[in-house]
Write a protein that binds this ligand. Structure first.
Ligand SMILES: NC(=O)c1ccc[n+]([C@@H]2O[C@H](COP(=O)([O-])OP(=O)(O)OC[C@H]3O[C@@H](n4cnc5c(N)ncnc54)[C@H](OP(=O)(O)O)[C@@H]3O)[C@@H](O)[C@H]2O)c1
Length: 250
C-alpha cells in the first residue's frame, strides 16, 4: 500500500482536490495508444450500485464533489448508454469547474463518450445532447440515425461484430486527443472494461447503506474465473462514506 495512506478523522471534510492530485492523472505510459482509464463507482455497504434504479440515492455531497473533481481533470468521460438514460445526463460541470478548465487551457467540458451496439433509443433525447458546445462521441454498430440538438456530435459506426472497447479507447486517443478518461459505469460497461484489462484506477465509494433487493452490483455479467485482483493504493473517509482507490494487480 502507498506510504501516502491517509485516513481522515470522522467528520473531516474530504479534500476532493487532494484525492485527484494523488491519483496523479498524468496520462498514459509513453508507449500506450489508449488513455489512462479511471473508473469511479459508488456502492452500498452490501455492494449494490443503485437505489430505485439510480445511483443518486447512494451519494453524498462529498461523493458528488469527488465525481465533479474527477470530471474536471480528465479529457473525456465514458458512460454506458443505459446509465446515460437512467441517470438522465445533462450538464457535466458547474460554472466554477468550467472556468477552472478554461484557465488551465482545457476545453470547458470533457468529451462525453458512449458505446452502444444497437444505439439505445432515448439517447438523443437526453439534455446532454442539447448542451451547446458539449462534445459527444457515440460508438455504435447501428445504422439508426442520431442527431444532437446543440451538442457537437461525432458518430463512429462499425460493422456488425466489429465494435470493441479497446478500439473506442484507441480512437479517442488518436482522433480526439484523449489522454485521461473517467468511466462512470454502469456495471455492464465496467465489467467489459475490466474483462479487457482496460481499467487503470478504480475509485470505489462505499455508501453507508444496506440496500439488498435485486439492484445491480458494481459489475454485472459473467463471473471472472479466477477473479481479477486489485491493489489498494489509498483510503479516505468523509463522515460515514469510504473512498477506496485501487489499481490493477500486476
Ligand atoms: N453506483 C454507481 O456508481 C452507478 C454508476 C453508473 C450506473 N449505475 C446504475 O447502473 C444501472 C445501469 O447500468 P447497466 O449495467 O444496466 O448499463 P450500462 O453499463 O450503463 O450500459 C450497458 C450497455 O452498454 C453497452 N455496452 C456495454 N459494454 C459494451 C461493449 N463491450 N461493447 C459494446 N457496447 C457495450 C451495451 O449497449 P447496447 O445494448 O446498445 O449494445 C449495454 O447494453 C442504472 O441503474 C444506473 O443507475 C450506478
Amino acid at each position: 500500500m502507498s506510504e501516502e495512506f491517509e485516513l481522515l478523522s470522522a467528520g473531516a471534510s474530504l479534500d476532493a482536490v487532494g484525492l485527484v492530485a494523488q491519483l496523479a492523472l498524468a496520462g498514459p505510459d509513453a508507449e500506450s495508444s489508449r488513455p489512462r482509464v479511471v473508473a469511479a463507482m459508488i456502492g452500498s455497504a452490501d455492494g449494490r450500485a443503485a437505489v430505485e434504479g439510480r445511483a443518486g440515492g447512494l451519494g453524498s455531497p462529498a461523493d458528488r464533489a469527488v465525481l465533479r473533481e474527477l470530471r474536471c481533470n480528465v479529457d473525456a468521460i465514458l458512460i454506458g448508454p443505459t446509465t446515460l438514460i437512467d441517470e438522465r445526463y445533462s450538464t457535466l460541470l458547474d460554472a466554477d469547474h468550467r472556468e477552472r478548465r478554461i484557465a488551465a487551457g482545457l476545453p470547458a467540458e470533457p468529451i462525453a463518450a458512449t458505446i452502444s451496439r444497437r444505439l439505445s433509443p432515448g439517447l438523443a433525447e437526453l439534455e446532454l445532447f442539447a448542451q451547446q458546445g458539449q462534445r459527444i462521441v457515440v460508438y455504435t454498430e447501428s445504422d439508426l440515425p442520431i442527431e444532437a440538438r446543440g451538442a457537437e456530435l461525432t458518430v463512429a459506426r462499425s460493422g456488425p461484430g466489429e465494435l470493441t472497447l479497446a478500439g473506442c479507447l484507441e480512437d479517442l486517443y488518436a482522433n480526439h486527443g484523449v489522454r485521461t478518461l473517467l468511466s462512470e459505469g454502469g456495471p455492464t460497461l465496467l465489467r467489459a472494461l475490466a474483462a479487457e484489462g482496460l481499467i487503470d484506477d478504480f475509485i470505489f465509494t462505499v455508501s453507508p447503506l444496506l440496500v439488498a433487493g435485486s439492484a445491480p452490483t458494481l459489475l454485472s455479467g459473467e463471473a471472472f474465473e479466477p477473479p481479477l485482483g486489485l491493489e489498494l493504493e489509498n483510503v479516505w473517509r468523509s463522515e460515514s462514506f469510504l473512498f477506496l482507490h485501487y489499481t490493477r494487480q500486476r
